[in-house]
Design a protein around this ligand. Structure first.
Ligand code: ADP
Length: 215
C-alpha cells in the first residue's frame, strides 16, 4: 500500500466526509465555500487513493478499512530513533542499595550498567533487585555488577531499526525494555548506550497512531 501525503484541503475534505458521510460533492463544496469544479481533482485523488468511496447518486463515504490499514502501515514504519527515551545508567561499582534508590528516584523499571569507558556492560531489572534484596543483608556492600545480566547476553536494538522490531524482541525474549545502542567502531559487541525502549514506549506509540497523532 502506498501512503500518499494529503494536502491541507484534501485533509479537510476527508474530515468533512468522515463526519457527514454519505455526502455529495456539491454539499462538500458548500461547506468549504468553493465551487464543485475546484474540488474535483481533490475528490478524484481521495477516491483513487482509497481514502474515500464514491457511490453514484448517494455521495462520498469515508473508508474506515483503508484508514485502519494506513494506521497499521504507519505503525510498522516508525523508527526506534524517534521514540527512544533517556536511559538511566549506573556504574558497575554502584551498590544494589543505591541502584534501588535510583530506580525509585528515576521512576523506571530497569537500570543499565556501564563500564569505566561508558560502554554497556549490564542490565538490572526490578526483579533482579528484589531477588538480591531477599537473599542478602548487606545491600550497600553488594555491587550491581554481581547480579546484573551481562554482555553478551543483553538484547539490544539500533536507532535505525523499527519500533515493531523492538516490540517483537521484547516479546520473544521476555524482557520489559531494550537498550538502544550504537556499536563502537571496529569493536564487535561493544556498545554505547543512546536510549531505551520500553513496553510503555510501544503502548504510547500505539495510542498515538490510533488517535492519528503520528505521520
Ligand atoms: P522484571 O525482571 O522486573 O520483570 P524484565 O522482564 O525486563 O524485568 O527482566 C527479566 C530478566 O531479563 C532480568 O533478569 C533482567 O536482568 C533481564 N533483562 C532485562 N532486560 C534485558 C535485555 N534487554 N536483554 C537481556 N536481558 C534483559
Amino acid at each position: 500500500m502506498v501512503i500518499i501525503k494529503l494536502t491541507k484541503r484534501q485533509d479537510e475534505i476527508l474530515q468533512i466526509v468522515k463526519k457527514n458521510g454519505p455526502i455529495t460533492g456539491k454539499e462538500i463544496a458548500e461547506k468549504l465555500s468553493v465551487s464543485r469544479a475546484a474540488l474535483r481533482p481533490d475528490l478524484a485523488i481521495l477516491t483513487m487513493s482509497g481514502n474515500l468511496d464514491a457511490r453514484p447518486r448517494v455521495g462520498y463515504f469515508y473508508n474506515e478499512q483503508f484508514a485502519l490499514k494506513q494506521r497499521a502501515e504507519r505503525f510498522i514504519h516508525q523508527k526506534v530513533a524517534d521514540f527512544k527515551a533517556h536511559p538511566i545508567v549506573v556504574e558497575k561499582s554502584t551498590s544494589v542499595y543505591d541502584a534501588i534508590v535510583q530506580l525509585f528516584l528515576e521512576d523506571v523499571g530497569t537500570l543499565y550498567i556501564v563500564d569505566s569507558q561508558g560502554h554497556l556492560a549490564g542490565v538490572v531489572s526490578r526483579k533482579d533487585l528484589l531477588r538480591a534484596a531477599i537473599g542478602n543483608k548487606n545491600l550497600q556492600e553488594l555491587p550491581v555488577s554481581v547480579i546484573m545480566t551481562r554482555m553478551p547476553n543483553i538484547i539490544t536494538i539500533f536507532p535505525e531499526e523499527t519500533l515493531y522490531h523492538a516490540a517483537q524482541k521484547m516479546i520473544n525474549y521476555h524482557v520489559d525494555s531494550l537498550p538502544v545502542v550504537k556499536e563502537v567502531a571496529n569493536q564487535n559487541h561493544t556498545y554505547l548506550l543512546v536510549g531505551r525502549i520500553t513496553k510503555t514506549t510501544i503502548t504510547r506509540a500505539y495510542v498515538e497512531i490510533m488517535e492519528e497523532k503520528l505521520n
